[in-house]
Design a protein around this ligand. Sequence first.
Ligand code: DLZ
Length: 205
Amino acid sequence: MAGKDFVKGVKESSQALDGSNLRVLIVHARWNSEIITPLVEGAKKTMIEKYKVKPENIVLKDVPGAYELPSATQILLKQSQQQLVPSNDLLSMGINSPQPASSPAGSVKGASSAIQYKPFDVAICIGVLIKGSTMHFEYIADATSNGIMRVSLDTGIPCIFGVLTCLTDEQAKERAGIAGQNQNEGHNHGADWGAAAVEMALLKL
Ligand code: DLZ
């Protein structure tokens, strides 16, 4: 049996991981947003503080529910591979619709200085499924997990499975680090997903 010091979870990579040149897509569901928000924040915090990913290189997109995660991720990754997704810089300039890349390749006309596009190196798909009294949970969990793997293999871009499949609200809160009276107990799995994203984006022999 596990001793007192046993901590369930992933051991840190032995590889030195520098995320400073990575571009990360986070697609998250809006269902169970009370749980989703700390998970997304946990993933961002780890990538930025531990692996030096630049905040402006983390792009967030929300979708209705976990079932939409695979298709939305595939659409956005493909757009980014075709250089159709604007960076956060463009969004903050009020340009929110996808812009085609113009010459020179990878830059955008109209911006005061040329803004470079870079396809996403990795995606994190975040959702929270909580079992109800019908079969919905099983169908959505199955479709979402298979779908995310398929997108990853089809696009060749790692997609991190950031979907909690919990039997109770309390289980979900524990896995988002917001359990207990002070809402600070448990372990935030978003932090693990952020670390997994950086490691997979930098994967090499
Ligand atoms: C319908 C549904 C149910 C019952 N439960 C959840 C859930 O716990 N978590 C979640 O992310 N989404 C849920 N959904 C919504 C589906 O994922 C999806 O958005 C709708 O079926 C529309 O396709």
